[in-house]
Write a protein that binds this ligand. Structure first.
Ligand code: PEP
Length: 253
């Protein structure tokens, strides 16, 4: 049985006060025990998360990290710094990092390796753009993103990772992928992971779907056993909404 995972990606949203209020609400919600909930919050709120969430089942995630331990990398944050702040998970390869900050395969691969070395669980994000989809390149794009990201990793390391299949055209657009798009994309990703490790490793790692996931559609995605949860942007920004979404998702199981 694979883990069910719900990640809330706040992107660059929130204030200190909103984060306090969010956490106050969220920590009092009876979350399903058979799932893992990770809040990927902006760096400045990690200390508040660490203070408020210790001893709860909610995990603390960062949205990015650098692959080097230290040095002249103004504006960057290292894996050790994230561990110091109580992070257990980190997003790597989110499409906004790939497209807006030009992060490419080899750099993402070095980040994945560093995260694993430091005991952080990378949630490695992959997905095709609309242009790639329309030119029938979805499968080859997903295969090459997996190949680049997992290059040089041992099977044991790959077994520690989480994955998010997020078609770029569905992120933040309100245009959500069909259930079949999500299911078939995840199947391609799982097969690509198997080719870099083994079938048993690829069957064991959680692969979630992301892209305009909402309370009203999560259950239909999760009704497919290939979909191990959701990576949620906009609909995770309010504690009440995200909690309802998690509950709805678990009903899809
Ligand atoms: C995301 O940020 O990974 C995401 C899927 O965003 P949204 O849910 O807003 O589409």
């Amino acid at each position: 049985m694979r883990k069910v995972v719900f990640g809330g990606n706040w992107k660059m949203h929130g204030t200190w006060k909103q984060t306090e209020e969010y956490l106050q609400h969220f920590v009092n919600c009876p979350l399903p025990v058979n799932s893992e909930i990770i809040l990927f919050v902006p760096f400045p709120y990690l200390s508040l998360m660490q203070k408020t969430l210790s001893g709860t089942q909610i995990r603390i995630g960062a949205q990015n990290m650098h692959s080097e331990d230290k040095g002249a990398f103004t504006g960057e944050v290292s894996a050790d710094m994230l561990v110091d702040m109580g992070c257990t998970h980190v997003l790597i390869g989110h499409s906004e990092r790939r497209s807006l900050f030009f992060e490419k395969g080899p750099f993402l691969n070095s980040k994945v390796k560093k995260a694993l070395t430091k005991g952080l669980t990378p949630m490695y994000c992959i997905g095709e753009t609309l242009a790639e989809r329309e030119s029938d390149k979805t499968v080859s794009v997903l295969q090459s993103q997996i190949r680049e990201g997992l290059e040089g990793l041992s099977q044991d390391d790959i077994a520690k990772m989480y994955f998010a299949y997020e078609p770029v055209w569905a992120i933040g657009t309100g245009v959500n992928a069909s259930e079949e798009d999500a299911r078939s994309g995840i199947a391609v990703v799982r097969e690509a992971i198997a080719s870099m490790s083994s079938s048993s490793v690829s069957q064991s790692v959680p692969i979630v779907y992301g892209g305009s996931v909402k309370t009203g559609n999560i259950a239909s995605y999760m009704a497919h056993k290939e979909v191990d949860g959701g990576l949620v942007g906009g609909a995770s920004l309010k504690a009440e909404d995200f909690y309802l979404l998690i509950q709805a998702g678990m009903q899809g199981r």
